[in-house]
Design a protein around this ligand. Structure first.
Ligand code: GDP
Length: 318
């Protein structure tokens, strides 16, 4: 695992997490139901391989129910894995989570062998909200901006169930651009790390393919849904900007403001319940991204080898 370039605090977080995992019975991996595959940190996947895992598709209230069902089926087929969908602000469904954890570790429980559960997930996926709901009080700071680091906390969900929360893990590297823009659209990545216009255009292309009727209704666009679907995305962004009054002083559309409007509507659910990926599409672009990454690495290694061959022999004798 090539992690040498990680900043020091990330190495420390990784070490602390692997240490903590030794005493953990079940890992709850919180995913964003609108992008379950893309919102899974690959580094976490490596660390928790083999541990009983509960995949929680959070924010299900914002996701397409039919696609959520596909994702649940996809995860439930894995070994030692269960999967549920949640709306973290709802107390009833959140309690199901404890029952699911008990099912994953039936040998644990009771005061002598308390069930130790770790909750992990990328920034902004809803960890604090879920913990607050589970406990019926405010234990963790829910933040709107990603990247807020917190210290580890331990809370009791029942007399014999302890929940550990860890500081967020950064991404090793987002290898698939298809996942990158989805993460940015969901609000998981700090605003300064991406171009809002590029992300909004990618989101629009996806919505044109899946829900042109909703785009038309939300922005009162002229023409049929099929015409909305066929329009170049940048023209669509212009039209949306005009509708939303996202204008520059001269009266031209401000593409940045128009992009913010589209992203804001997606995040708040104003465009309806949308899931941006299916398990099959996600697997296909990850396989392509890994193949491209392997090719890049092979080319780099070949270039290094040829530089070494061409370099004049050193006379230093070392
Ligand atoms: P954390 O960084 O993982 O701890 O995420 P937070 O708990 O701070 O949540 C980030 C944002 O997502 C907040 O604005 C929450 O109100 C919102 N949120 C969390 N869970 C849900 C959910 O199930 N549905 C919806 N609609 N919003 C949620």
């Amino acid at each position: 695992m090539g992690i040498q370039w990680f900043p020091g605090h990330m190495r420390a977080t990784l070490r602390a997490l692997s240490e903590r995992l030794k005493t953990i019975d079940v890992v709850i991996e919180l995913l964003d139901a609108r992008l379950p595959g893309s919102s899974a940190n690959p580094l976490l996947a490596e660390l928790i391989a083999g541990k009983p895992t509960l995949k929680v598709l959070n924010k299900e209230d914002l996701a397409d129910p039919a696609r959520t069902a596909q994702w649940l089926q996809y995860y439930a087929a894995r070994q030692a894995t269960r999967a549920i969908a949640l709306h973290a602000q709802m107390a009833g469904p959140a309690r199901v989570l404890v029952a699911e954890c008990r099912r994953l570790a039936p040998h644990r429980g009771g005061m002598a062998k308390p069930l130790r559960v770790l909750i992990a997930g990328i920034p902004n996926v809803g960890k604090s909200t879920l913990m607050n709901t589970l406990l019926g009080r405010r234990v963790a700071q829910a933040a709107d901006e990603p990247g807020v680091t917190r210290r580890e906390q331990r809370v009791a969900l029942a007399d014999d169930v302890y929940l550990f929360d860890t500081p967020g893990l950064l991404w090793p590297k987002i290898v698939a651009p298809d996942s990158g823009w989805r993460l940015a659209a969901s609000g998981a990545i700090g605003r300064n790390a991406y171009d809002e216009e590029d992300v909004a255009l990618a989101l629009l292309r996806q919505l044109q393919a899946d829900h042109p009727d909703r785009l038309q209704a939300r922005y009162r666009l002229p023409g049929t849904a099929a015409e909305v679907a066929a329009q170049p995305a940048h023209e669509l962004l212009q039209a949306i900007g005009r509708r939303r009054g996202a204008l520059l002083p001269g009266g031209q559309v401000d593409p940045h403001k128009a992009a913010e409007a589209v992203l804001g509507d997606f995040r708040s659910g104003a465009l309806g319940r949308v899931t941006l990926e299916t398990p099959q599409a996600f697997e296909a672009w990850m396989a392509a991204a890994h193949a491209a990454e392997a090719q890049r690495q092979a080319e780099r290694a070949a270039a290094r080898a040829s530089r070494r061959r061409d370099a004049p022999p050193s006379d230093a004798g070392v």
